[in-house]
Structures are given as C-alpha cells and as structure tokens.
Design a binder for this molecule. Sequence first.
Ligand code: E4P
Length: 215
Amino acid sequence: MELYIDTANLDEIKQAADLGVLDGVTTNPSLIAKEKYDYTKRLEEICAIVKGPVSAEVIATDYAGMMKEGRERAKIAPQIVVKLPSTVDGLKACKAFSDEGVRTNLTLVFQPLQAMMVAKAGAYLVSPFIGRLDDVAEDGMVLIQQIRTIYDNYGYKTKLLAASVRHLKHMTDCALAGADVATVPFSVIKQMMNHPLTDSGLKKFVEDYKKAFGG
Ligand code: E4P
C-alpha cells in the first residue's frame, strides 16, 4: 500500500519523508490556506523533498479555468498530479488531461458512481473521503469497499486513494479493503508504529538483560 501525507506543511513533510516510507503528498486549498503561503512556491518546495506524486488542486470550478490552472500546476514539476473536483466540469477536465498525458487526482468523491465515471475518464487517482462521510453518520469504509469492487469488476487502472483518513482504524480498514494508497495527516502517520505493549515489552527486555549482565 502506498502512503501519502496529507499536508502542505514542509516540516511535517520532511519528518514523514525521513521515515523512508513516504510515497507522495496530497495538498488542497484549505491545507494551503492554513500555511498562509504562495501555493506555487510551496508546491515547488514540496517537489524538491518528495519525488513521488504530489497532488496540486485547482481553485477554479469551471472547465476552462480548471484546464488553465491545471496546466500551470503541471508545469511546476514532473511529479505534479493535477487535483480536480469530482463534478461534471472536473470529469471533462480529467478526460482532457488524460488525453494529454497529464496525471489527475479526482477529489471530493462521496459515492461510487463518481469513482466509476472518473476511472472511465482516465483519472490516475481517485480520492473518496472516508472521515467526512463518517462525520455525517454514513460509513466511509463502505465507499472504499464499493469502489474496490467496481474497479476490480472492470479492471479500471485508476488508483484508489483513501482520503480524509482520521485515525488508525481507518488506516487498517483501508489496507484490508485493498485501497492502493492512503493519504494521511502527519498526526496519524506518527502513530502507525505505536503500541503500548511494544514499549512496555521493550522496556522489560532491556531491564531483564541489564539485571542479568549489568550495564
Ligand atoms: C484529500 O486529498 C484531502 O486533502 C483530505 O484527505 C481531506 O481530509 P479532511 O476531511 O480531514 O479535510
């Protein structure tokens, strides 16, 4: 399973990249707004750190605007993936970019047919939002399972990227459901190697050894 970090914060990206298992980065306008920093400059900085796919979202919501902004974003670095909303205009832009050989990430997916349509349009990544569905009393994991089944039924090559991941249970369930990628906040990445029994077990091993042999 590929692991992306979902942030525009350089410090978090550097720390995650240092773990040696980071495959890519996703950003969105809200994450960039939080940084209060120029989007293009920040994308350049991110691409200098991470060589895997870096999703760069358009702000425009109409087809022409998405095409213009998407082309600008794609010029920033070869690993840029143009992130588009899963609307009718986004679908058309996805098809046009796919025909031009530009990789896309179709975001804000909340139902399985959006995922099917963008796969038909050649999306490189599809981003169903688990946490936001859970927030409105739906089950985000069901969407991941449905998309996995549809993609497997028809052999769609679009990578299933689980987004809006909020905690470790989401991560485990995504891995079990066969998500190709998960994009995860740094706060969750940091916990992925944790278990209290690992810590207490390690402490005991060291104590026992020192009791027996000193040191
Ligand atoms: C995905 O690409 C989005 O940036 C992200 O996962 C949204 O997560 P949120 O629902 O926690 O804002």
